[in-house]
Structures are given as C-alpha cells and as structure tokens.
Write a protein that binds this ligand. Structure first.
Ligand code: SAH
Length: 465
C-alpha cells in the first residue's frame, strides 16, 4: 500500500520538518500489522514528496488476535490502501498530526499547498462518495476507478480508486482527514476494533468533524457499522459517544439513566428463564452481547449464536474470547453463519430462540420466509422477539420525525402492528403469544421496545414423540 504526500510550498523540503522525518533518510517502522517505510522520492526547493509504504504481513493480522480462519488470510488487506494504512499514518506521524512542530511551529499552523495520492484505494461508494467526504474540507479531487481487469474492460470497474487530493490545507488537518476518511471509504475495517476507537475519532475529528455535512455517515462507517461497538460505546464510553454521535445513536443518547440495550437484554433473559430452556438459539446474534450473558448463566447448556454477517460473528468470537475458554465452557457455545430466511437444519429442535432487534432489519416481504424457517422449520419450544415501538420515537429528541432509530431498520412498527403480526404468526405456526413492553412506559406512546414471547402449543404428534 502506498500513499504519497507532496508540497510545493517554498522551501518544499520544510515538509521534512513538519513530518519530523528527515528527507535524506529512509525510515522504517515495525508495526503490529507489518512494516511501514517512509522515504522521499523527491526533495528539493520546489517540490518535496514523502512516500509512505506499508507492507502488511497477513499472518500478523491473525496471530494472537483471533482464531485462524481462512478468510483472514485470503483478503485484500495487504494490497489495498485501507484502514491499515490510516493506522500506519497515525502511528508514524503522530507528532505532525497534533499540529506540533519544534522547528517550524508557524508553518505547522499554516495551510500550505498539499497533494495526496493514493494509487490503490478501496472505496465503497466510489469517487462520488470520496468527493462528498473530502470536498467540504477544502480538497479538490482527481481520480478514477480502477478497472477490474485491464485486459477485459467489459468487466467494468473495481471497488478501487486511484485518487489524488489537492488543496491548501494545514498538514496536521490533512493527516487527520486521511486518518478518519480512508477507513470510512474503505468501509471494511480490519476486524479487531480498539476499545478507544471513539476517543480516537473525536481527537482526529477535532475542528472539522462536527460541522461536516456527512458526519452521520462518517461516524457510522468509522465505527465499522458495528452494533457491538456502538453497544460497547454505549456501555463504556457513553458520555463521549453521545457527544460525538448524537445523530446516529439517537436511541442510546436519549437514555442516560439506564441504556435501553441493557434493559432489553435483561427483559429477554427474564423471558428466557421463564421458558425453562436449557438449549437456546440467539438468532441474529450480532456482536454477541446476549451470548455473553447466556454464557455466564450455567442453566444454558447449549448456546448457538447465528448471524448472516461474518463480521458480526468475528466480533462475537472476539467478545466471547472463544479461543481462550476452557474446553468445557467452549463446548457450550457455537457460532454459525446462517441466513434466517432460509431453512437451516442446524437450528432445529432447540428449547428456545431469541430474535432480539432482528426482524426490523429484514425487508418486510422477506419476513414470512423468516417465520417459515424459524417457527415452521426450526420450531423451538419458545421464541422471544423484540423490536422497536415506533410510537415511542417522538420521545427521542434527536431523532427527526419519521426517521427510523437506525439507518439499517427497514421498518418499525406500532404496538398494534406488532400485535397483529404476532397473532398471525402464532395462529399459522401453532404457538401462543404474550406481549410485553420493555423500558420505562410512557402514558401516551408506551415503552421504547416491544417484546413477544411465543410458546409452542404442543401438538398430539409432538407430545407423543
Ligand atoms: N441481536 C443483536 C443484534 C441485532 S442487529 C442485538 O440485539 O444486539 C441485527 C442483526 O441481525 C445483525 O447482526 C444482522 O447481521 C442480523 N441479520 C439481519 N438479517 C439477517 C438474516 N436474514 N439472517 C441472519 N441474520 C440477519
């Protein structure tokens, strides 16, 4: 991976002072992900170019971080500029990114002509998104999508850009823009996420992020779309997260006293305990917060987390530290990749299943397929479903009227809509259903979350079996 940064400020070689890296030397850095090299292909009075080369060692991405899975080796991480490049920038130019310069303090505070080129940049959203991200910060963009295969133009473009940014920008700002926006464009962050990610974002975004027109997207993507992280942020860094992400986590921000996700999990666990289940499924387990609770409770002898997203499963695996569990504990839990709208034999015959904040992530027309697979085929003894109560949204000050609590929600239901759906599903698949609210009830709009507990009405054949 390669990034170059040039200036035509005179004398251009002052760039070496600002970056605190002498232009006549080659600097190498041993990073946790590989080796970074800083050198200057050009350093004269008129123009000075610094090149940062990052050689990623794919094995280091795995060692000690997660259990070895093939997809961790076979990916584009080593070749494409990405969050790893951003992390290397941050590490190598830490002083410069703070805007501090012993030798050229005034220059460090001055906008100078800069040009940044990243010849291979993974960009989901292409040049159009890159423009929305960088133009408001004073950059002019030039670039083009790289073809999938140069010999076969008919195959179209790849997800990679050859991107050049130019502008009159303070060097420290430039480094911070890149540090935040390269991973945002990449949108497939390396899979371990530092717990201090939110603080890093706040620090690097100081002075420009709060007024950026794409702030919600930047925050969401920077935090790697991670429900788990948003949750962890909520649990551990709530004040910071709320200040930074008031738009995208409106739901969390509104509930300082006791985060709704904790209340919800407690309600689900209580309902699950009532069913007397020992072998349980967490369907759409996401980053595994509920799985963590279940593991702590020895009444659950067999716990299966299922999700369609490999990323979610990776996060769950790391959160639960599966590779460090003693064998007996490890044997209680398994994670499976599964699309809940398809029949999956592995999910049959459990005592209970949880669908916590999952159904609203499906397009409504796909919901019957999920019901057929879960209630019709997997047929657990009980099913616990939670989903937002859309009526309650008016109580979230930061949530614009008519908007969903999360961008990824395809629908949010009123209490009447949820009740009707529950009745239909129960009737069609032979379950009884009890509805309850989760969270502090509001006299007009009810509770923020709604919960349904379905219990299988034992049929004659099933009772005999
Ligand atoms: N239950 C977790 C996560 C909720 S987010 C919690 O409450 O914290 C919704 C989760 O459902 C995501 O992890 C998403 O990947 C998963 N999901 C969405 N559609 C799915 C599908 N069709 N099959 C399996 N999982 C799905």
């Amino acid at each position: 991976m390669l990034l170059t940064l040039s200036t035509t400020h005179r004398p251009a070689t002052d760039l070496g002072y600002l970056l605190v890296k002498h232009p006549e030397r080659v600097h190498t850095f041993d990073l946790s992900t590989g080796t970074a090299t800083v050198l200057y292909p050009q350093a004269d009075e008129q123009r000075c170019t610094m090149a940062l080369l990052l050689e990623v060692d794919p094995r280091r991405l795995v060692d000690g971080k997660a259990e070895g899975q093939l997809n961790q080796y076979v990916n584009d991480r080593p070749y494409a500029a990405s969050s790893l490049l951003a992390a290397a920038l941050n590490r190598v130019f830490r002083t410069a990114a703070r805007g501090v310069s012993k030798d050229r303090p005034e220059l460090a505070a001055t906008a100078i002509p800069l040009e940044v080129r990243v010849p291979v940049l993974r960009a989901k959203g292409g040049l159009a998104l890159a423009e929305r991200l960088f133009t408001p910060l004073g950059w002019t963009l030039a670039g083009s999508a790289l073809p999938l295969d140069e010999a076969r133009p008919e195959w179209g473009d790849s997800r990679y850009l050859d991107l050049t940014l130019s502008g009159q920008v303070r060097l420290a700002d430039a480094l911070n823009h890149l540090y935040v926006l390269l991973p945002v464009l990449d949108d497939a962050k390396h899979y371990w996420v530092a717990p201090d990610e939110i603080e890093k974002l706040l620090r690097a975004g100081e002075g420009w992020l709060s007024a950026h027109p794409e702030r919600p997207l930047i925050i969401r993507r920077y935090l790697a779309h991670s429900r788990a992280l948003a949750e962890r942020a909520d649990e551990q860094l709530a004040p910071l997260a709320e200040a930074a992400a008031d738009d995208s986590v409106a739901e969390h921000a509104a509930e300082k006293p006791k985060p709704l996700n904790l209340v919800r999990r407690a309600a689900v666990l209580a309902a699950l305990a009532e069913t007397g289940a020992a072998r349980v499924l967490d369907l759409g387990c996401g980053g595994g917060a509920l799985l963590g609770d279940l593991m702590k409770d020895q009444r659950y002898t067999e716990i299966v987390g299922a999700d369609v997203s490999p990323r979610a499963l990776e996060l769950a695996e790391r959160r639960l530290r599966l590779h460090r569990l003693p064998d007996r504990q490890r044997a209680r839990i398994s994670l499976v990749q599964s699309a809940l709208t398809y029949v999956d034999e592995r999910l049959r015959g459990y005592d209970a299943a949880v669908l916590m904040e999952v159904i609203e992530h499906l397009d409504l027309p796909r919901l019957p397929a999920l019901c057929a697979a879960v209630f019709g085929d997997a047929r657990p003894g009980a099913v616990i479903v939670t989903t937002p109560n859309v009526e309650y949204n008016v109580r979230y000050e930061h949530l614009p009227e008519g908007e969903h609590r999360h961008d990824d929600h395809r629908f949010e239901w009123t209490r009447a809509e949820f009740a009707r759906w529950c009745d239909e599903v129960a009737a069609e698949y032979g379950y009884t259903v009890a509805l309850r609210g989760v969270g502090d009830p509001d006299p007009e709009v009810g509770t923020p979350t709604q919960l349904a507990l379905f219990t299988k009405a034992t049929t004659a054949t099933e009772a005999a079996a």
